[in-house]
Design a protein around this ligand. Structure first.
Ligand code: HEC
Ligand code: HEC
Length: 319
């Protein structure tokens, strides 16, 4: 088992990063371990077929890749693409529309969502409290006598908050351990000119909502942040997602409409983008990139892949 000392190294991050909203030095290894067991266990779904990891796979940055929108219990389709789970401690809000404001309560949503796990908190707790395996885990990892909602949600949040990606090629370059190739460096400059106003370093996200000009999907009719605030300015705006590990987190956007990063780059460089309704002002100036520029930009985006994160055994299926 991991010692608490390992745990502290485990949630380390570069010292020039901003302060996270969740104090990672307070995470407890025992609770992370309990959360990890729960995250990988289909016991949380009504028919014991779906675990958190069914939609959030480590190898793809804890997102799913086989569908545009998520698929849950009984083959039911959700309405949104599962986001990657990484560096969540730096997120002020959660979900594409910011409808969830605390990580520690977030897991109620998938557990009770009819198209995800379709279960009740009461049902889960009853099962956990009867399970020999979970009785044992409780003894090993907690001082509590029984599973309660707060223990369940808190442990899951401890595990997901511990998912820190900070060891990509980009991070090594920042730390002065390596230098970029000429192509990556050119791509980095193009990124800074055109993308980083929203996908801001070093996390490559912002705690803001914006419209990047995607036309509304006529079937899903997802109006984004507007559904939470009912403010006109929030129409068709979505959380600005992190681009870390974007090489593997396809499909892209809240509805998974793009399968390749090339398609994403073509979206941003499409001449008619500037005429989109609700478009964020940061994209009002059209982005002109040659075919060569596009390749350079792509090669920079690939430097955000963090193989150590994607294969870190401390995040994978518990033994
Ligand atoms: C059926 C697929 C599915 C399952 C199962 C599932 N999720 Fe998700 N998850 C999603 C989708 C889709 C979203 C985005 C929801 C939205 O934006 O409305 C999401 C969002 C999240 C977020 C917010 C991430 C962010 O950046 O905003 C967290 C955290 C999360 N899920 C954790 C979990 C945990 C923990 C479990 C298990 C208890 C779980 N998920 C089970 C599909 C799933
Ligand atoms: C005005 C702010 C803004 C700018 C500038 C911007 N983006 Fe985005 N980006 C967003 C938003 C918002 C989303 C999510 C949109 C959605 O799902 O509806 C997004 C999504 C993405 C995604 C999909 C991520 C995922 O996990 O699904 C990629 C990749 C991406 N942007 C790359 C870029 C690149 C490359 C540039 C520069 C050419 C760029 N963005 C410029 C706001 C912006």
């Amino acid at each position: 088992m991991l010692s608490v000392k390992d745990a502290q190294n485990f949630v380390d991050y570069p010292n020039y990063w901003p302060q996270p909203y969740i104090d990672l030095s307070q995470l407890k290894q025992q609770e992370i371990e309990l959360g990890r067991n729960l995250f990988y266990d289909p016991i949380l779904s009504e028919d014991s077929s779906i675990s958190c990891s069914s939609c959030h796979l480590q190898a793809t940055g804890f997102t799913h890749i086989d569908h545009n929108v998520s698929h849950g219990i009984y083959g039911r389709k959700g309405t949104r693409n599962a986001p990657s789970l990484q560096n969540l401690a730096w997120n002020k809000t959660f979900h594409w529309d910011g409808g969830v404001t605390r990580l520690s309560g977030q897991a109620v949503n998938p557990i009770t969502h009819p198209a995800e796990m379709n279960f009740t908190m009461k049902g889960v707790l009853k099962r956990l409290n009867r399970s020999e395996k979970y009785k044992g885990l409780l003894k090993d990892f907690s001082k509590e006598k029984n599973y309660t909602s707060s223990l369940l949600l808190h442990s899951l949040a401890q595990f997901t908050a511990s998912l820190v990606s900070c060891q990509s090629k980009y991070d090594e370059m920042k730390a002065g351990k390596i230098i970029f190739t000429e192509q990556e460096e050119k791509g980095y400059q193009l990124f800074k000119q055109n993308c980083s106003a929203c996908h801001t370093e070093p996390l490559f996200m912002r705690n803001e909502y914006a419209s990047n000009g995607l036309p509304i999907d006529s079937t899903l009719k997802d109006i984004g942040r507007f559904s939470i605030t009912h403010k006109n300015n929030d129409s068709l705006t979505f959380k600005i997602p992190s681009l870390r590990n974007c090489e593997v987190t396809f499909p892209y956007m809240h509805d998974g409409r793009f399968k390749k990063l090339k398609e994403v780059i073509n979206h941003y460089t499409n001449e008619s983008l500037v005429h989109s309704n609700y478009l964020d002002k940061r994209l009002k100036r059209s982005i002109k990139l040659s075919e060569m520029d596009k390749k350079d930009l792509l090669s920079f985006l690939l430097t955000l892949t963090d193989r150590k994160f994607l294969t870190n055994k401390q995040y994978s299926f518990p033994k």
